[in-house]
Design a protein around this ligand. Structure first.
Ligand code: GLN
Length: 193
């Protein structure tokens, strides 16, 4: 359909998102500069380390431009660290951790425990069905605002949400070879404002 979807390529599992988006039918490009950002119809913030990605966003001069574009309606999807960055508020974050925001949620960072506590489980995702959830030092959503639709829970915790054209998962569909979540994001982009 010719939609151009950017993957923020400062740190994290960028390649896996590019591959998943391409399989889902998008024209996927890596975004490192403001000029790159200006060309995309949607943006994915990958899994990785939210504090590092946040710092690099500031250093690369992308934090404000990205905030502005998302506030202006640019569809965004964040997995894991990406979910944290899209949240308006983080619990157990670093005090100086920059967030992009846009999603009216409070996210608890490293909520499911440390690296050794990473786990995989099936997750029932609204509108998609059962997906394999890979959780790696994953956050959960502790507070979801009125406009936020809860798409999935796991162990009684909110692990996937949508607010308008912002989508976030605590888990990593990009690591599974199943591109239904990326296809859902492409549909959000195609859906218009
Ligand atoms: N715990 C990481 C963070 O705070 C996220 C981990 C991940 O993306 N797999 O950014």
């Amino acid at each position: 359909m010719g939609r151009r979807v950017g993957v923020l390529a400062l740190q994290g599992d960028v390649r896996e998102h590019v591959r998943a988006l391409t399989t889902a039918g998008a024209d996927a490009v890596e975004v490192r500069t403001r000029a790159d950002l200006a060309t995309v119809d949607g943006i994915v913030i990958p899994g990785g380390e939210s504090t590092t990605i946040g710092k690099l966003l500031a250093i690369f001069g992308l934090l404000e431009p990205l905030r502005q574009r998302i506030a202006g309606g640019l569809p965004a999807y964040g997995s894991c660290a990406g979910m944290i960055l899209l949240a308006n508020d983080v619990i157990d974050g670093r005090p100086d951790q920059p967030l992009v925001g846009g999603l009216d949620v409070s996210v608890r960072r490293n909520a499911f425990g440390r690296q050794v506590d990473s786990f995989e489980t099936e997750v029932e995702l609204a509108g998609v069905g059962s997906v394999h959830g890979v959780f790696i030092r994953a956050p959960w959503v502790e507070r979801a605002g009125d406009g936020v639709e809860v798409l999935a829970t796991s162990a009684g915790r909110i692990v996937a949400v949508r607010q308008g054209r912002i989508l976030a998962t605590a888990f990593h569909p990009e690591l599974t070879g199943d591109v239904r979540v990326h296809r859902l994001f492409c549909e959000l982009i195609d859906g218009g404002p």
